[in-house]
Design a protein around this ligand. Structure first.
Ligand code: SF4
Ligand code: SF4
Length: 117
């Protein structure tokens, strides 16, 4: 496993989870991820990507919500857990992501080639 993959797993484990409003996907939209995260996601066709972008949606968003929840990118996991990425529906974990951890996530994002999911 590459160093980046190990970092991704390490960060994923530390970002606190929380329960969303059932059925809500208000914060989903076009997002980017590293190639290491992309490799964990199912491949979607060019037509699916085009259709999702035309709706300004994420290609992995389905009628029941995120279809790749267990492998969703770091930015999706961070959303709602920090003051800088607040959930518009007022949800979030009891304990926010620690600022140092948030910085590590942003450093990893900045240091990897980001691709449109
Ligand atoms: S984080 Fe908030 S806006 Fe995003 S899906 Fe969950 S409840 Fe909805
Ligand atoms: S990967 Fe899942 S959680 Fe992230 S934007 Fe797409 S549908 Fe939403």
């Amino acid at each position: 496993m590459s160093c980046t993959n190990r970092k991704i797993d390490h960060l994923r484990r530390q970002i606190p989870a929380f329960a969303c409003v059932p059925g809500c996907h208000d914060c989903c939209g076009p997002v980017t991820a590293s190639s290491e995260e992309m490799a964990r996601l199912p491949v979607r066709s060019a037509a699916e990507h085009e259709a999702a972008l035309a709706r300004w949606d994420c290609v992995h968003l389905g009628p029941q919500g995120c279809r790749v929840y267990d492998q969703r990118p770091l930015i999706c996991r961070l959303f709602g857990t920090t003051a800088s990425l607040p959930c518009p529906r007022g949800r979030g974990p009891e304990q926010a992501t620690a600022p140092a951890l948030e910085r590590q996530v942003h450093r990893l994002i900045a240091s990897t080639r980001q691709l449109l999911v």
